[in-house]
Design a protein around this ligand. Structure first.
Ligand SMILES: Cc1cc2nc3c(=O)[nH]c(=O)nc-3n(C[C@H](O)[C@H](O)[C@H](O)COP(=O)(O)O)c2cc1C
Length: 347
């Protein structure tokens, strides 16, 4: 039954398939998996308990509608959003393209979502069966990007375990410019001040792009350390177009995710880990489709990982398969806990 449903999805327009999937996941107990967790995969990070390191990446559950179903499918954590202050339609359709022959997606959705108020109502229904993140971003017609992040942080902080500040989506005009020194300095300084004023320890994570230079990443790291930001997600989608793309949709505008992003995001992850001597929490995302891909990111310095695109090609059973195979890979290398393997390539 599940296989039939999944094969039908792959024949539909990607955005229609996505909306249908969300609706199915809203049903009571859809496609419950035998959700085994393996003690070797559990990890306590910055005061949060992760049953396993596999997270649902932002963009899948933009409106926080299917949190509990994602926990049921075996994810150790899920990141809802990107949510903006006001509801937003996003760019004109079609705006998501499946590059089947490249195992990739190009999207230029542009933060389509129902706005923060509905998001909070949905978040409050979490059964807390995993760690919950909220990914925030500005409305495209906002007067002031920084104010939007501040407002959103103030609102989501009581509902989520961590808050991701998304400054790296390529589909909102000028958003990536927030990663420039002066604007990022203002944003992170205001956020850390706000957190202090609110007397909350709630984690702030910065999500960055894969298309910058090493100098740029070093500058970002300096600011992250200066303002005690808790971690970095590496990375969002790429606006570059790897030479070997084959699919007819390869020249569509937008960000590429999936297989062609893997090497690029791994390079960024590795650089960040080396520069910080493994002392900053890093979440690796980009091109994960199996346990080996996860293990590579862990060894490069990620304590946690996220995925999205491969799920649309392989189906939700891949989550439990990855967990099982990852625990075997760790055991066969003699590790007692996943935390011992983090960043091992650099030691
Ligand atoms: C259709 C789609 C929508 C996305 N929307 C968001 C988003 O709203 N916010 C965000 O931070 N990342 C978004 N992403 C990026 C993913 O979170 C992730 O960083 C990227 O897809 C790389 O992971 P993957 O190769 O496993 O897909 C989106 C990705 C896809 C494919």
């Amino acid at each position: 039954m599940r296989r039939i449903f999944f094969n039908i999805l792959k024949t539909l327009d990607p955005e229609v398939a996505h909306n249908l999937t969300i609706n199915v996941l809203k049903l009571p107990n859809p496609f419950i998996e035998s959700n085994n967790d393996f003690p070797i995969l559990s990890n306590d990070i910055n005061g949060l308990s992760f049953k396993n390191p596999i997270g649902m990446a932002a963009g899948f559950d933009k409106n926080a509608e299917v949190i509990n179903s994602l926990f049921n499918l075996g994810f150790g954590f899920t990141e809802c959003g990107t949510v903006t202050p006001r509801p937003q339609f996003g760019n004109v359709k079609p705006r998501v393209f499946r590059l089947a022959s490249d195992k990739a997606i190009i999207n230029r959705l542009g933060f389509n979502n129902n706005g923060i108020e509905k998001f909070l109502t949905n978040m409050s229904k979490s059964n807390k069966n995993g760690v919950l993140g909220a990914n925030i971003g500005p409305n495209k017609d906002t007067e002031n990007f920084v104010d939007d992040y501040i407002n959103l942080y103030t609102k989501v902080v009581d509902y989520s375990d961590y808050v991701t500040v998304n400054v790296s989506s390529p589909n909102t005009k000028n958003l990536r410019e927030i990663q420039e020194h002066d604007t990022l300095n203002t944003l992170l300084s205001e956020l850390s001040q706000l957190r202090e004023n609110m007397k909350t320890q709630k984690k702030i994570i910065l999500k960055i792009d894969p298309d910058s230079t090493k100098q740029h990443y070093s500058m970002i790291l300096n600011l992250v350390q200066k303002y005690k930001i808790d971690g970095i997600i590496a990375t969002n989608t790429t606006i570059s177009r790897p030479q070997d793309l084959m699919d007819e949709y390869k020249d569509e505008e937008g960000g590429i995710s999936g297989q062609p992003l893997k090497e690029l995001s791994n390079k960024v992850l590795s650089f960040l880990s080396k520069e910080t001597n493994g002392e900053l929490l890093l979440i690796g995302v980009g091109g994960i489709s199996n346990a080996k891909d996860v293990y590579t990111k862990i060894k490069l310095g990620a304590s946690l990982v996220q995925l999205y695109t491969a799920l649309t090609f392989n189906g939700p059973q891949m989550i439990n398969k990855i967990k099982k195979e990852l625990s075997l890979l760790l055991q066969s290398d003699g590790y007692k806990s996943i935390s011992d393997a983090v960043g091992i390539i650099h030691s």
